[in-house]
Every structure is written in structure tokens, then in C-alpha cells.
Design a protein around this ligand. Structure first.
Ligand code: ATP
Length: 373
């Protein structure tokens, strides 16, 4: 499958560095105007994928298509891509304005268009510091100048490699909103690399979760969060409670670690004896003091009876983290840890009942395929 014009396709891409296979048979189709994020742990191959699209690495096998044409053998400057790296890569002895103008140098001879440079500085909201050199700019300002420089020649595709990772947490959050807003205004196809799954969920139209040089799952942020396709995705994306289980023929039908049980979703093709991974998100679990007082702030009662009724399990609170708008409560359910997120007014403590709807339980067969509907 290939994307429409303006998009990026990689087809069966493999990239080797000596003995290291950084990417193995990766295929992706990124749509025109899409904000697409590659997310995964350090060393999984995200940067290699981005650099291969940029033309800074040559694939061992496979093709790269940009804007509908085969760009695999094109040099970087002919690909119509703008790249922003983590470390800004600004010229230290040029002003902000000159750095942005440099982005036009090869495209706008003989002299870069001053009007266009001013427009770009305005786009990233930095006209006031146009005459400063990089060492007189903050990290966030430097990164916005790098962004303006990358956008200067009006590339078809913007490639961003961990552009925020040198910045502090609150600046990261502000700048990612700004990047997203500029991307939307320009309607520019964007490939963004991050190891930060929360950032990936916050900013993207779609994400690809990368692991060990392969794509584990591609989907919308909501899709990847709600329906992880593999155990790795269930554990990597967002807080989660992930357990090993076996489908049994009786009762609740999933035996967890051989010592506890959970219900198996009604519509499933899993048969008795199947080995499964079971996950339940912390925010899907309510917590109630064992003496009956509500601790979940929702005023719901936990009902153990009848088909489809809430699942309840006894647990003990071990530690509580205050998050500002909620508590993250680390409990012990028999011998295993289980985490709950609650917006109760005060932190739960001691013996508690945990409750969740049966459809909050996500089940994967251990063949790493989605197994339950
Ligand atoms: P990080 O988040 O740490 O930047 P990443 O997911 O971007 O990691 P890559 O930088 O793409 O990962 O690296 C993927 C694998 O390829 C790693 O094992 C890395 O050591 C290896 N690698 C990357 N570039 C080279 C190179 N030029 N020579 C040899 N090995 C390389």
C-alpha cells in the first residue's frame, strides 16, 4: 500500500551497520499532512529510520518513497525534507536570523529573501531575538530557530529527531503544543521521533511503536493505548497492569499466575489451556476501603453478582503517589503488584476492594496476536 502524494512510504526497509541490524523489513505508509511519530526505547532503530528517510543513511534493502516518487537513491538535499535534530545544530557565530536565512541559502539565490526570514521568525514567535547568537538564546528558543531553519525552504516533509529531549519537562510540554500547531497550520507531513510515549500520544495523528528494529504496532494514540496488539505495547505505552494467565475451562476462566482468576471476555476464540497476557489500566480500576467507605470519588458501589457485573478483588495498599489531580496507588493483590489511579479526595489505605468492569480486561494470546474482541 502506498500513501497519496505528499506522504512518505518505506517499503521492506532493512538497515545494517556491520553486524548490527538496526531495522528489519520495516514497511510504513505515512499520509500527506499527517503527524506521525516513531516511539520506542533507546536503540530500537527510530533515529535510523528517520535518517534513512532523510537520506543520511543508505538502506541495506528496501525503498523510500517521498511525495509519491522513489527517493531511495536521491541525495538528502533533493528529497524535499527539513530535519531538526535534538542538539539544535545551529551555527554558533550566526544570529538567529542568519541561521534561518541559511536554510534558504541553497534555494533562494543569490540572496535569501528577508521577508521570508521574517515570516519564519514570526511563525516560531522569535522576531524579538532575531539578532542574538545561539549562546544568547534559551534551549527552547534555539530549537524553535532550528525548526524555522528546517521549514525555510518549504519542505514537503518535516523530520524531527527527539527535538525536545534536551529541554525541561514544562518547556517540552509547551513546545510540543507549538510544534503541533505550526504543523497543522502548514499542513506539512511530519515524522517525529521520541522515546517518550506520553509525548507520542499527546502530539500525533498516528504512532508506530518500534522495538528491536521492527514495528510492533501502528495506530492512533487512542487505538494503541486501548487495544495494544502485543505485550510489549501494553507495557510500553501508558501505565498498565500486565499479568500472565492461562485460560481454564471453568469459573472465571483466566487463571493468573496459577493463584487468582479473572473473567475471560465473552467473545473470544481462545481455548482452554491457551497462554495469555492480561492487562487492566490503572484508571479503569476503582478502589474502595474494605469497610465499605468509597475511596474512588465516583460514588459507585461495587457489585459482585450477575453476568457482566464488576469484578472485585481484595488488595492491600502499599504506597501512594500524589499526582496533583489524582493518586497513583500501588497495591498488592495476593502476591502480585497492581496499580490503581483514583481521583478520590484522600488517599486510600490498608485493606481495599478493587473493582473493574469485565470489559476493562484486555486479553492477548501469547502468540503476540490480539486474541479477544
Ligand atoms: P535512541 O533513542 O537511543 O537514539 P534509537 O531508537 O534512535 O535510539 P538508533 O540510533 O536508530 O536507535 O540505533 C539502532 C541500533 O543501531 C542501535 O543498536 C545502534 O547502536 C545501532 N547504530 C545506529 N547507528 C549506527 C552506526 N552509525 N554504526 C553502528 N551502529 C549503529
Amino acid at each position: 500500500m502506498t500513501s497519496a502524494d505528499g506522504g512518505v512510504d518505506v517499503d521492506e526497509l532493512t538497515v545494517r551497520f556491520g553486524d548490527v541490524e538496526a531495522l528489519t523489513d520495516v514497511s510504513l505508509s505515512i499520509d500527506d499532512g499527517e503527524f506521525f511519530t516513531l516511539v520506542g526505547p533507546s536503540g530500537c532503530g527510530k533515529t535510523t529510520l528517520l535518517r534513512t528517510v532523510a537520506g543520511l543513511e543508505a538502506p541495506t534493502a528496501g525503498r523510500v518513497r517521498i511525495d509519491g516518487r522513489d527517493a531511495t537513491d536521491e541525495p538528502p538535499e533533493e528529497r524535499g525534507v527539513g530535519v531538526v535534530f535534538q542538539n539544535y545544530a545551529l551555527f554558533p557565530h550566526m544570529t538567529a536570523r542568519e541561521n534561518v536565512a541559511y536554510g534558504l541559502q541553497f534555494h533562494d539565490l543569490p540572496e535569501p529573501d528577508d521577508q521570508r526570514v521574517t515570516e519564519l521568525l514570526d511563525l516560531v514567535d522569535l522576531t524579538s531575538v532575531a539578532d542574538r547568537e545561539p549562546d544568547q538564546l534559551s534551549g527552547g528558543q534555539k530549537q524553535r530557530i532550528a525548526l524555522a531553519r528546517a521549514l525555510a525552504p518549504k519542505p514537503d516533509v518535516l523530520l524531527l529527531d527527539e527535538p525536545l529531549s534536551a529541554l525541561d519537562a514544562s518547556l517540552r510540554k509547551r513546545l510540543r503544543v507549538q510544534i503541533r500547531s505550526i504543523q497543522r497550520d502548514l499542513d506539512i507531513t511530519t515524522v517525529y521521533v521520541t522515546h517518550d510515549q506520553a509525548e507520542a500520544l499527546a502530539i500525533s495523528d498516528r504512532v508506530a511503536v518500534v522495538r528491536d528494529g521492527r514495528i510492533e504496532q501502528v495506530g492512533t494514540p487512542e487505538g494503541v493505548y486501548r487495544e495494544p496488539a502485543t505485550r510489549f505495547v501494553a507495557e510500553f505505552v501508558g501505565d498498565n497492569n500486565v499479568f500472565d494467565g492461562v485460560v481454564t475451562g471453568t469459573g472465571d476462566r483466566i487463571s493468573v499466575d496459577g493463584t487468582a482468576t479473572l473473567p475471560l471476555p465473552a467473545e473470544t476464540d481462545l481455548s482452554t489451556g491457551a497462554s495469555v497476557t492480561v492487562s487492566v489500566r490503572p484508571e479503569a480500576i476503582s478502589v474502595q476501603d474494605r469497610d465499605g467507605a468509597q475511596a474512588d470519588g465516583h460514588g459507585s458501589t461495587v457489585d459482585e453478582r450477575g453476568p457482566g457485573a464488576a469484578v472485585t478483588r481484595s488488595a492491600t495498599v502499599e504506597t501512594v503517589e500524589y499526582l496533583g489531580d489524582a493518586y497513583r496507588v500501588h497495591c498488592r493483590w495476593d502476591d502480585r503488584p497492581i496499580t490503581v489511579k483514583t481521583d478520590s479526595a484522600s488517599p486510600p489505605e490498608g485493606a481495599v476492594s478493587l473493582g473493574f468492569a469485565p470489559d476493562a480486561i484486555h486479553v492477548l494470546s501469547n502468540g503476540d496476536r490480539p486474541a479477544a474482541t
